[in-house]
Ligand binder design. Structure first.
Ligand code: HEM
Length: 521
């Protein structure tokens, strides 16, 4: 039996895949048979396994109590039991989320089959809780042929040519970011890094998506940032209700309940309608932003183009999906660099060589920086903002001897995968050289999934990487990050929502004294 760390109850899916009652060793064997017999009886036979079912429901209640900040003292004996019981970290395990049975997969060859080889035929979709309100047609929740159609129309917006065009827009915001940090460095203030880096990501996303200038770096109380932050915070009570009482789903759906906050969706709709109306009236100089590219697709593809409603939904989800993930990535990068000053110095040397004397950052130079790429990759390994990805089986299928029943949710615990000691030596260490040109050949592509993999991976991956790298380079041209007594080490993670720290990451900035070149951007 492959016994690894005892697990943290609050993040059991995202931190380590656990399997209290059944398990599969990496090499297969007896436990494979056990799991298989468990999985391959009638579909969802698992639900009927009395002990497992109720054990996991209790387990979930405890986890949710923690999410809801209910005191751990309410359940001291159970906590003790869970924390000391020999949970094992395994490659494949089954579990429950509320009443939903799931298969958690960390086996890289199974991941290849699920995420790539059989993506179109057997695993094209994510779980869809149906209560999506007005966002029912966003690409991330669309299914089958409809998803393929929307994804095909959106893909050309993320070509190198398009990203290069948007690079100039991003630069306006990275300049504002470095300017806003100057007084903070000068006054040696302790800053919440996410306030600045998140605002940059949002402003850059809003400009690239709809050419609107939110300037939330200057105005942190702008309604755009408040609504964007809330948009992906799904309603926990509604999630619990649909989870425990799935028979109520049709009723909730008909009654118009939505997991996404309605007021936020309405806000984004009104912003977008205003922008579209201005464009139709010709009073606005048209930029090639995501919105315009989608509007153009209506003419090019006639009947196969996106409908007006689909355009609105994608425009909203781009900003929501892109801003927090990128802002979180930047905040963790700042934290990792502050904790590892020798890595930061080496990165600054590469930056100073590529863009001497603080020369303006150029697209080609940026995307070709090797050490920068290693640093960003390693930070995303340790802190992947989307800590878990999912697919749903369209039909019953056997993969590597394991039967996956139709409609079973397959979850990939990315955070756990990225810290698996069998795949990553010294998994808790920040070592960018794992991703050096020579070393990265030996990394299994299915062991590293910050953006997912295969046809349904993150559509904005290359765009996000450019946005993140640009901000990091410009900030490090001018400042160094430094830990201070307010910096929490190690970080405690927030068990809710996307991966993020429970309390803000606080750092100081030290201005760098390099003569600057004539800045032309
Ligand atoms: C560092 C930043 C980002 C990270 C870490 C990230 C990560 C991810 C991950 C893990 C997925 C799921 C992949 C899968 O299921 O295999 C995803 C999907 C998606 N991401 Fe990102 N993302 C980032 C930035 C962005 C940006 C900037 C955009 C938009 C411009 C974006 C748009 C999307 C969309 C639309 C999907 C759903 C794709 C589909 O279902 O076809 N993401 N992202």
């Amino acid at each position: 039996m492959h016994v690894k760390d005892v697990l943290c109850v609050s993040r059991f899916i995202t931190s380590r895949t656990i399997c209290p009652l059944n398990s599969l060793e990496r090499s297969g064997g007896e436990s494979t048979k056990l799991l298989n017999s468990y999985m391959s009886s009638t579909p969802f036979e698992t639900q009927k396994r009395f002990f497992h079912k109720y054990f996991m429901i209790i387990f979930e209640i405890v986890r949710l109590c923690k999410i809801l900040r209910v005191s751990e003292n309410l359940f001291p004996p159970l906590y003790k039991k869970i924390n000391t019981k020999q949970f094992v970290c395994v490659c494949v395990s089954s579990m429950y989320e509320l009443r939903t049975p799931m298969l958690a997969v960390m086996d890289v060859s199974m991941l290849k089959t699920i995420l790539v080889k059989e993506c179109f035929s057997l695993f094209p979709n994510r779980r869809n809780l149906r209560l999506n309100g007005d966002l029912y047609d966003i690409v991330s929740l669309s299914e089958d042929d409809n998803w393929r159609r929307i994804r095909n129309i959106l893909t050309p917006a993320f070509t190198t040519g398009r990203i290069k065009e948007m690079f100039e827009i991003m630069k306006q915001h990275s300049r504002k970011l470095t300017d806003s940090l100057r007084p903070k460095a000068h006054n040696e203030e302790v800053i919440n890094v996410k306030d600045f880096l998140g605002a940059y990501s949002l402003d850059a996303m809003a400009s690239c998506a709809y050419s609107i200038d939110t300037d939330t770096i200057k105005d942190p109380s702008h309604p755009f940032i408040n609504h964007a932050k809330k948009l992906l915070r799904i309603s926990i009570p509604l999630f619990l209700i649909q989870g425990f009482f799935p028979f109520l789903l049709p009723l909730l759906e008909i009654s118009g309940f939505s997991l996404f906050p309605k007021s936020c969706v309405a806000y984004f709709k009104s912003v977008l309608e205003k922008v579209r109306a201005e464009r139709r009236g010709g009073s606005h100089q048209t930029q090639m932003d995501f919105l315009q590219l989608m509007m153009n697709s209506q003419q090019e593809k006639q009947n196969k183009g996106l409908s007006d409603h689909e355009i609105m939904s994608q425009a909203i989800i781009f900003v929501a999906a892109g801003f927090d993930t990128s802002g979180t990535t930047l905040a963790f990068l700042a934290y990792n660099l502050a904790k590892n000053p020798e890595v930061m110095r080496r990165l600054q040397e590469e930056i100073d060589t590529t863009f001497p004397s603080k020369a303006p950052v150029q697209y080609e130079g940026l995307v070709n920086m090797e050490y920068l790429d290693s640093v960003v990759s390693e930070s995303l390994r340790l802190y992947p903002p989307i800590a878990r990805i999912e697919r749903v089986a369209k039909a019953t299928v056997e993969i590597n001897g394991i039967t996956v029943p139709k409609d079973m949710i397959v979850t990939v615990p990315v955070y756990a995968l990225h810290r698996d000691p069998d795949l990553w030596p010294d998994p808790e260490e920040f070592k960018p050289d794992r991703f050096s040109k020579e070393n990265k050949q030996s990394i299994n592509p299915y062991a590293y999934l910050p953006f997912g993999i295969g046809p349904r991976n993150c559509i904005g991956m290359r765009f996000a990487l450019v946005m993140v790298k640009l901000a990091l380079v410009e900030v490090l041209q001018n400042y160094s990050f430094s830990i201070c007594k307010e910096t929490e080490i190690p970080l405690e993670m927030d068990p809710t929502g996307l991966l993020g720290p429970l309390r803000p990451i606080k750092l100081k900035l030290v201005a760098r004294s390099i003569a600057s070149a004539n800045v032309d951007n």
